[in-house]
Ligand binder design. Structure first.
Ligand SMILES: [Zn+2]
Length: 306
């Protein structure tokens, strides 16, 4: 079978590899889609993480299973959490797949992993319908946060984003207002819109210093900042503002798949609206990662179809 293997920075090769039969506690999944995750883009640009999750946003159908697997059957539609799911097939522990109990589109299934990360962060940050939010960044994660916040019932959601395409997308998806942080002073704008107080909760979904600073400076007295972006550099923080406004800063890095599935089954939100392109496996390097790291590109979430 064909699989996109990670060989190093900017070095991905689609190669012919063996497709093993499942062991007693394993299943073999025929992959329908595997979404390109921001964490994979980081590995593509900066080198592998200590524990790599290369190719983990996959969905597909079980085509074989081990003798001791009782909870899953051949033909079951599943989410597969990889790694190495940029491939025609993935043989993995049954515990690393999740059966889809109700029928949803493959496009929706393919974006449940990033949605589940934001569902967890929303819960961990204590976001309720009554809160006003700022989400910095309208990439796949920022827009998934927008979906998750809407699912919770949040009415006022401000966002920031430097890309024209993504700002437009955030507006289409129902953000209250979307600012270009290179053109306006975000904390000033937010204070103007919130009776000089600031938002209840700011969510960092970029992973750069300026974005975190905007979050901290836009949050009200005793507000919260939820940090979900992947930071590759250290960030100097204006601690006086943080202390004087008694802000709580919360890091998040887990998923709440039960919550994401509940929203997806109930058709409460349409998380698949973040999908901007579906490409064949052979194009993963040039039209997948290559495009996503090109400044000014118009993509949001790219799905790879083996
Ligand atoms: Zn991911």
């Amino acid at each position: 079978m064909r699989r996109a293997n990670y060989h190093g920075i900017r070095d991905i090769r689609v190669e012919e590899v063996d497709s093993p039969d499942p062991g007693p506690l394993e299943v073999k999944v025929k992959i329908k889609y595997c979404g390109i995750c921001g964490s994979d883009v980081h590995e593509y640009l900066h080198g592998p993480f200590p524990i790599s999750s290369w190719g983990h946003e996959a969905c597909g159908e079980i085509v074989a299973k081990g003798a001791e697997v009782t909870s899953l059957d051949i033909g079951d539609p599943v989410l597969a959490f990889g790694p190495d799911a940029y491939a025609e097939y993935l043989t993995t522990a049954a515990a690393r797949v999740r059966k889809l109990e109700k029928s949803i589109s493959w496009e929706r299934a393919a974006v449940l992993e990033p949605l589940a990360g934001t569902a967890y962060a929303i819960k961990r940050g204590g976001v309720t319908a009554a809160d006003t939010l700022l989400i910095t960044g309208a990439g796949p994660i920022g827009l998934s946060f927008l979906n998750a916040a809407k699912a919770v019932g949040v009415a006022t959601i401000y966002m920031t984003e430097i890309s024209d395409t993504r700002r437009k997308k955030a507006e289409e998806m129902g953000a209250t207002a979307v600012f270009n942080p290179r053109e306006v002073k975000v904390p000033y704008q937010i204070r103007e819109l919130t009776n000089k107080e600031g938002v209840d909760i700011a969510i960092e979904a970029v992973g750069v210093g300026d974005s975190l600073k905007d979050c901290l400076a836009s949050t009200r007295y005793q507000g919260r900042v939820v940090v979900h972006g992947i930071f590759t550099e250290r960030v100097p923080i204006h601690m006086l503002g943080f202390v004087s406004r008694e802000v709580t800063m919360i890091g998040t890095n887990s998923i709440d798949m039960d919550q994401a599935l509940e929203w997806a089954y109930a058709d409460k939100i349409k998380p698949e609206t973040i999908v901007s392109n579906i490409i064949p496996l052979d194009e993963i390097d040039v039209n997948g990662f290559g495009t996503l790291v090109t400044p000014g590109n118009k993509e949001i979430k790219i799905l790879v179809e083996p």
